[in-house]
Design a protein around this ligand. Sequence first.
Ligand SMILES: Cc1ncc(COP(=O)(O)O)c(C=O)c1O
Length: 203
Amino acid sequence: MHSQQNETTDFTAAEAVLRIERTSLRVQQPATTAEMISLAVGEPDFATPPRIIQAAADALTQGLTHYSPQRGEKPLCEALAKRVSAQSGVDVSANEILVTHGGTGGLSAAILSIVNPGDRVVIPDPTYSLYADLVNMAGGICVPVPSRDDLHWDMAALAEAMQGARLFVVLQPKQPDRHCAQPRRDAGAGRYCQREQYAGDCR
Ligand SMILES: Cc1ncc(COP(=O)(O)O)c(C=O)c1O
């Protein structure tokens, strides 16, 4: 249903929602057919492993059906802190972990807590459409930066776009081309990220 005012409803959505409706690239994608493969939905091509299904069933049977701590269950935060520390080489404590209901919740929390109306947010292309929707929801200004023909970041264009930007959203690997930034070639962007706030979305 479209939230803008029409003959069937007198409901008008808030400006934050209308901004998304005006700008969003998210549309109902056609289903995959023999002639066409839809790259729109990143549905995993494997079934959920049995041990995860079993763990979820066990938790429900044990009565873990109530609210959990807002920042996440302590053992989960501790396990995640250990994993993030090992992967990144940066010491992360359990207190610095926030568990959300999926990537969308995490991105919403990050972008809505950093971006103020009028803030410029640099988002290299191609990318995941939710970033722009959330930036628009926050009233920020999306600054897309096209990749070069070889799919690498255009460092000169990125450096220019980043002047005065509030946030640089990195998707690694990029969607839908699955291209990964290379540490040596893309080091300039890395150094910028170390100096400034940035949000990373790694899949
Ligand atoms: C790059 C990327 N970030 C975030 C999300 C959203 O994650 P979730 O489905 O866990 O909310 C997706 C979902 O496909 C994604 O592809």
